[in-house]
Each structure stands twice: as C-alpha cells, then as structure tokens.
Design a protein around this ligand. Structure first.
Ligand code: DHE
Length: 511
C-alpha cells in the first residue's frame, strides 16, 4: 500500500482543509505506523476501532488516553486538524494490505522456546479453577485463584484484546487474540509469555485444536485464516477465504469442534460455512482439497493438510452457536434471519427468526421439559430469545430491561445470568430461573455503572461479574444465595475465563 494513495485519498476528502496525511505522518506515524497498520500503538483502521466512535476518537486525540502512552494533542493540533485526522483514520485503506507468511514470520517473537521452562507451577492453586480476567481498561490480564479469589499475577496484554482467550494443555497455556491480529501465548505455570505473532491486521478470534497442536486465527484483514503451530506460534498454513467462484470474504469467526477434530468457520461475505479438518493425515475424502496441486498419488503431502468441507448456506453468517454434540450450528446474519446448519448432513436444516440480532456466541443451553433450550441475549432487543434445539421452534422471549451481550450458567446452577449491556439500565444483571424461565432477581452490583459478563467457578458455586468501568471491579456472588461475597478492584474487566469450564466445554459458557 503506497503512501501516495493515502495522500490522494485524504486530499480527495477535502482539498481545502488541513492536510490529514501530513498531520498523521508528523504526530501519529511513529507509534501507529506510517501505513496505519500499528506499531507500539494500535492500528488506526476503521475495522480495528471496535466500539470507538469518531466522536470518542476526536476526544482521545485531543486529550489522550488514560493509562496508555497516548498523549493529548489539543495544544498542537487545532479542532479542524483533529477532525481531519478522525476522518482520515475512519477511511478504509484503498487496498487490503498484504499480510502474508513473510510478514507474519517477521513479526514472530519467541520469548521462550518450547521445553525451556519448568513444568511445575510457580504458585499453589487448583489449576482447574484458575481464571484469566481480561482488563480492557489498561490492557492487562489478571490470573486469579478461583478458590481464594486472590489475584496470582497481573500482566500487560496487547492492545484491545477481543473474544475469549483459549486454554490448552490442561490450562497451562492460554492464547489471546487482539483486534490488531496479535496472538500471544502465555505460560500460566511460569507467569510469562512464551511466544507472540501478528497473524493478521484485523482479527476476529482464535480457536485452539482440542489436541493442543494448532491455533486457527480468523481475520477480517486480510481475508484469510491463519493456522499456527500452537507450540511456537509460527505459521503452518494460510488459507484464503474465497468461495468456489473466487469471491473473497472476511472471516466472521472460528471455533473448535473437538469430537470432529475440525475447525468450524463462518464467512461474512460469501454464503458458505466451512469445516476444516485438523487431523493429520486428514480423513479420506474429507471435503475438497483447497490447493490445486493435490497429491493424487495419495501420499502424504503437507499441501493436502487442513482440507475444507464447504457447506452452502442461504445467507452470510456472523457469529454462531455450536450444539453440545457438535452436530449443528445456529448462525445469525445481521439481517435477522437465523439458519441452522447440520454439519453431518452438510446443509441448512431449519431457519429461525432472530430479529433482535442475537449475540449467538454467547448462547448457552440447558435441559428443560425433556428437551434442551438454547438461550441467547439480543443486541438490538430488550429480551432473551429461547429455542427448543430439537425442533428449533421458539420457546419464549424473556423481557429484559435492555439489550444484553453475555449470558452464562453452569451445570450445577439453577440460574442463568444475563447482563443488560446497553441503555439506562446497563447497571442491571438479571438472574433467570432455568426451569420457570422467569427472571427471579435483578442485581445492581454498582448502581450507575455497566455490569456485564458472568463466569462461574468450576463447581458452579460462585458467579463472577464485571463492573465495566475504568474504576471497576470484579464482584463475586454466591451463585445460590445471590449474595455478594467479595469485590476486587479492576480496570474495566471484560471477560473472565475459567480453565475447567472452558476445557470441559461446559454448556453454560461460551466455547
Ligand atoms: Fe465481541 C466474543 C463478535 C463487539 C467483547 N465477540 C465475541 C465473539 C464474536 C464476537 C464472534 C466470539 C469469539 C470468541 O470468543 O472466540 N463482538 C462481536 C461483534 O460482531 C461485535 C458486535 C462488533 C465488533 O466490534 O466486532 C462485538 N465484543 C464487542 C464489544 O464491543 C465488546 C463488548 C468489547 C470489546 O472487547 O470490544 C466485546 N466479545 C467480547 C468479549 C468476548 C467476545 C469479552 C468473549 C466472550 C466470552 O466470554 O467468550
């Protein structure tokens, strides 16, 4: 991507106004990269901004950002200049930047080679009941003892992590993904990062194969999937996201389907769902080979690893929910029509009405009335939607005080918890009885501050809630009496992830 393209792009926006490119190069490029792809600071591309709106971006440029190296520029750049910079960074790049194997490899950092660190934890705690708490406020994570609720270690993360970190090897390793495409592997036993790599420019999420051998990264930019060696984080294979006609697509999300030894991938711009086998060698006849140079002799050839099975669907999929037996996925397109895809049959088997834009990766399921219900919060409706996953018929809409983002339960708990993430009641947290399907209590852990995202301890006895504020906290509740038992100050804690619940793929949590 050439600088001249950016210059002409900025000038085309307003030939008489401030020269945004010159301002950018003078003040921003040294941290955020001359090409806006990031450096010590995050990438400044519209796709990478997350929830940051242009107005908030202008405030950050003027006043800086607390707890980061971003200083305020209002004394150096006038209001028109700041606005020009905002327009500039919210303009997509004219071309998808190249981020191939060479760029990925060049970014790779091996802090500690595999096998070089002790295999014994540096602390005393039940590894199964550890939590990682991501603190978005100052881009840190805390390793928490899930029995004593004492922090074990707090460490910096890459800028703007998104999606759930994923565990491997019984919880010893945890893999993080940032919106800027940085993948970091942290050794919880030795309390240190062991490897890092930038696998994309704008990433959605990552999945780790159940055997701990491979990490797959889903990217918006570039349009591809990147398979990494889980031991070193070095790239193993890049797969372009294209349909059979060659149309390219952003990748919405990837999840691991343990019993199938495969990754399930949703694509945002082409109507296909992919199943990619990570068995080596792959099962005979699995899907179709993605490389032209298929080894017809039948001999093992690395190019033939990770074959793709393409399932044609009726609409593009955003995030999706995987049934506990991994036979079906329920996916949502932002339009409101949901689709159920049977992974064994390889086709859409039902459609579901999802007008509230559910956050299906937050969907959870539990046994109810001789069947199983899927419950999902909605980002654009004041309700929880419940479906019978045997028939995919709606069971109930539970009215809430506002749109929710995250929902959680645990096999040992009679309750499901869901936040109110948006609107004037965002400090509310609803507790729903899993049998009567009624809200039995609405907690307000910190009146006036958003409470969000719940995770249970491994035995389901305690529920941990985030106060989503720079001056926030982790509030621990007795999951039965619903009484608060402890409060730990934290900086905008977002998600929290329990080793046992994640590795056992508890039906009450995201996978
Ligand atoms: Fe997320 C998970 C998609 C905005 C915080 N979010 C996910 C996942 C998807 C997703 C597909 C599952 C990935 C995984 O865990 O492996 N999120 C989206 C969006 O499409 C959306 C609406 C728009 C976007 O900007 O991408 C979106 N998400 C947000 C936010 O604004 C949140 C609240 C703050 C942030 O971090 O940017 C946010 N998303 C989270 C968190 C998880 C997540 C904390 C992990 C939840 C879990 O418990 O597993």
């Amino acid at each position: 991507m050439g600088m001249s393209l950016q210059t002409s792009q900025a000038q085309a926006a307003d030939p008489t106004g401030p020269d945004a490119n010159a301002l950018y190069q003078q003040h921003c490029a040294s941290c955020h990269g001359a090409d806006r792809l990031g450096g010590t600071g995050p990438a400044l591309l519209p796709e990478n901004m997350g929830r940051l709106k242009p107005k908030q971006a202008a405030k950050v440029i003027a006043e800086g950002r607390a707890a980061t190296q971003m200083i305020g520029y209002k004394n150096q750049i006038d209001a028109a200049g700041i606005q020009a910079l905002v327009d500039y960074i919210f303009t997509p790049l004219p071309e998808i930047p190249r981020w191939g194997e060479a760029e990925i490899l060049a970014s790779h950092i091996q802090h500690h080679p595999p096998g070089s660190l002790p295999d014994k934890p540096k602390f005393q705690a039940d590894i199964d009941n550890l939590f990682i708490v991501v603190e978005l406020g100052d881009h840190h994570a805390t390793l928490l003892d899930g029995d004593s609720f004492e922090p074990i270690h707090r460490f910096p993360t890459r800028y703007a992590l998104h999606g759930g970190p994923k565990y491997a090897e019984g919880g010893r390793y945890v893999y993080f993904a940032s919106r800027d495409g940085w993948i970091s592997k942290f050794d919880t036993f030795n309390l240190t990062y062991v490897a890092e790599v930038r696998a994309g420019i704008n990433s959605r999420n990552l999945a780790v194969s159940h055997d701990g051998r491979f990490v797959m990264v889903a990217n918006y930019l570039p349009h591809n999937l990147v398979i990494l060696d889980a031991a070193t984080l070095k790239p193993v294979k890049l797969i372009e996201a294209r349909d059979l006609r060659g149309n390219s697509s952003r990748v919405s999300a990837v999840y691991t389907a343990d019993p199938r030894s495969s990754f399930i991938v949703a694509l945002k711009d082409v109507p296909e769902v992919w199943e990619i086998s990570y068995q080596i060698p792959p099962p005979k006849g699995f899907g179709q080979w993605i490389h032209d140079h298929r080894d017809d002799s039948g001999e093992q050839n690395e190019a033939n690893h990770f074959p793709i099975r393409r399932i044609l669907v009726e609409d593009y999929l955003d995030d999706f929910f995987l049934t506990q037996d991994y036979s079906q996925i329920a996916g949502t397109a932002r339009g409101g029509e949901g689709q159920v895809v049977d992974l064994d049959l390889g086709r859409v088997v039902a459609s579901i009405d999802l007008p509230g834009m559910p956050h299906l990766s937050s969907g959870i399921s539990w046994p109810w009335n001789n069947t199983t219900v899927l419950a999902t919060p909605n980002i654009r409706a004041n309700s929880i939607s419940l479906f019978d996953i045997e028939t995919w018929q709606p069971v109930k809409e539970i009215e809430t005080l506002g749109p929710g983002f995250f929902m959680r339960s645990h096999e040992n708990s009679p309750y499901a918890w869901v936040d109110v993430f948006f609107g004037k009641h965002s400090d509310a947290m609803h507790v729903i009885d899993k049998q009567s399907l009624e809200i039995v209590k609405t907690l307000r852990p910190a009146p006036g501050k958003t409470s969000a995202h719940v995770e249970f301890t491994k035995d389901g006895r305690y529920a941990l809630v985030s106060i989503w504020d720079l001056d926030g906290a982790l509030v621990i509740y007795d999951a039965k009496t619903l009484e608060e038992i402890k409060r730990l100050p934290m900086k905008k804690p977002s998600g929290k992830y329990n080793v046992h619940n994640k590795l056992s793929r508890s039906s009450g949590t995201s996978h």
